[in-house]
Design a protein around this ligand. Sequence first.
Ligand code: SAM
Ligand code: SF4
Ligand code: SF4
Length: 374
Amino acid sequence: MLWEKLSELQERVRVITVNILVRPFTIVNRSVSVLRTDGIAGYVRFIRKKIYTKWLRYPSSLLIEVSSKCNLNCSICQAVKASKYRKNSLLLFDDYKKIIDDVSFFCFQINLSFCGEPLLNKDIERMIVYAANKKIDVVISTNGELLSPECAQAILKTPLSRIIISLDAVNETTYKKIRGSGNYDAIVNNIGNLINKRKKLHLKSPVVELQMVCTKANEGQIDEFVLLADQMGADVASIKTLYIDPHGGESYKKNLIENFLPKEGISRYDVDDYKNIKLKEGGPCPSLNMAVITCDGDVVMCCFDIYGKFNFGNAIRESFKEIWKDGKYKSFRENVMKNRKLDLCKTCIYSDCPSIKVELNTNHGRQVGKSEIR
Ligand SMILES: C[S@@+](CC[C@H](N)C(=O)[O-])C[C@H]1O[C@@H](n2cnc3c(N)ncnc32)[C@H](O)[C@@H]1O
Ligand code: SF4
Ligand code: SF4
């Protein structure tokens, strides 16, 4: 008992010491780097956004669904079914502009993907440009199928910060098991072409991240996947854990537990003898400073609420700031989400969920870092 109390005290002293000794240097370093790249105006913007997100608790990042429809139908994905629950399958450019105008005052980063395939929205390039001109970092997650040489050329003309491509496999057989349809060789060619063109143009962005969801089909190929990403000239290889979506019903769940949940690879779940899944550890809700907006403009609870059951307002018709600060939403974040009170919270993810991110150009060592949400 006494020993436990002493260890707890020791840990508190360590955290306080680290905060006092290390954090000021981190803040100074970050400030110098922002001043160097963005000048005084950029620095003032950075401080303003920090005040809004850290102290006033506005969301630092957003997922904006520009398309809820998809050109693939991956075996592990339920998000693709969400388009049935949307009135429109694409976000219109004018509605998108209204949302960006509302959030640019505080938001650092947006990802233009939620449930569908973002490259299906024909306005994707001007959407990237519009948000980047408002000094927001723009990321897209794509299956890479539509990333033709023409599309890559157009994307490279935009200031996209990062493109995460769900490659998932080192060969076609594994790819088909996870992704169903989709043409593995064509996607590998698309990625190679994007990277080569970026190199020829001497561009540093977008950062190209090749991603794999760890499943039974590819758990033995993690090292090969990292090597492949490195050989292709990607900047980052990332491995994330499989999510078993409760929206999927019993047969989806059974299929994922029996045929996809990895045995040895990284996983967010433990499975008991009765094939029930349990999140490996608890931890806070990872979505408290993130907002998710569907292609209908609905502001929904988090990226696990794919059908928009918990809807707090419409960012096309109303002010986003007012929706975010509304008492009902605020209290939902502070009481329900923070304390992970919903059934959905029992299977989603926790803040320190295992994932692997390897920075290929700068560091060939393996890093275990924070997971992307989902
Ligand atoms: C819903 S997709 C939307 C973007 C795009 N269509 C794609 O596939 O990259 C977003 C991410 O969810 C991942 N994903 C889909 N089903 C998943 C699951 N059951 N567990 C973990 N990640 C999953 C995909 O690999 C992708 O990285
Ligand atoms: S993971 Fe992406 S590509 Fe696959 S079905 Fe889901 S939304 Fe479509
Ligand atoms: S499902 Fe619950 S715990 Fe998970 S991200 Fe959403 S609100 Fe947070």
